[in-house]
Design a protein around this ligand. Structure first.
Ligand code: ZN
Length: 82
């Protein structure tokens, strides 16, 4: 019977030790909330100077650099001038 009590005590100590090593998740949740606040990234069309959201931009890789355009017309013109 004493053996069983000792075992329970050891188990309890081990459990407390484990919890001290790995704290609760409250910190993780705070980080998540901060990240969701950021808005969408805006990019500038180098041809006409218009700002537009990255998801609506037409991307093109010109001379190893990534550029974003509001329309295909701007992209074609920019490529001509480059
Ligand atoms: Zn444009």
């Amino acid at each position: 019977m004493i053996k069983l009590l000792l075992l329970a005590l050891l188990f309890f100590l081990g459990y407390s030790f484990f919890q001290a090593l790995f704290p609760t998740q409250s910190k993780k949740d705070k980080n998540k909330a901060n990240r969701s606040n950021s808005g969408e990234q805006m990019v500038q069309d180098p041809q006409c100077g218009t700002y537009l959201p990255l998801s609506e931009a037409i991307s093109a890789n010109i001379r190893g650099q990534q550029h974003y355009f509001c329309s295909r017309k701007c992209r074609t013109q920019f490529k001509k001038n480059a």
